[in-house]
Design a protein around this ligand. Sequence first.
Ligand code: PXP
Length: 239
Amino acid sequence: MKPQRLGVNVDHVATLRNARGEAYPDPLLAAQVAIAAGADGITIHLREDRRHIRDADVLRIRGLIDKPLNFEMAATEEMVEIALRTRPHGCCLVPEKRSEVTTEGGLDVAGHRMALAPMVGRLRDAGIRVSMFVDPDWAQLEASAEIGAAVVELHTGAYCHGREGELQRLVEAAGLTESLGLECHAGHGLTFDNVGPIAAIPEIVELNIGHFLIARAIFDGLPAAVQRMKALMRAARGE
Ligand code: PXP
């Protein structure tokens, strides 16, 4: 089976920092510690309201980690400009409503392909690998391929909330990605308890996991949380 990478999302280290307006805990340090523990990449989401990651964090993390940076962003002109200036390894386009607590559903690529296509083109022309965060739905996969995305990240939130049939939908969607020429990633809501069946899907080559790992780090430390997640992923793939 193809190797599977773990991208660690450090947004909520910044959430904790911002709660007190101090300089700690530092999301850059968290990124470096996660990498030392085996993370294959780092994910950050610069939200429109800057509620966790801030502009200065993006520059520091981009400049000071030695693994790929996956930059999650809303499909807005402001974010495209920041991405073009920062040149992360990858950009993942996500839906963003100011009031939502987290990214609630996938991006409607099929419904907005005309608006999204030029943004994908500009990022791709700059050498950035572009990903679309979508629900496991054929129309979204097909539209993502059509507008030139290299990757789809399948939204695992509904599966993690126990929605019936959702694992099967994810398995089927992942199975369709190769024929569309898309690399397949997955994420949202994954924990030690629910990661196994997702990690076992052969086409999925990257999982992006944040909130659970940072929460777990409070009790076990970040290196132990990252190491255990990677061990569970490997076990699920029979490694
Ligand atoms: N992937 C994407 C595209 C996301 O928006 C998020 C949440 O920021 C994650 C993965 C990680 O989700 P969680 O923090 O629930 O692990």
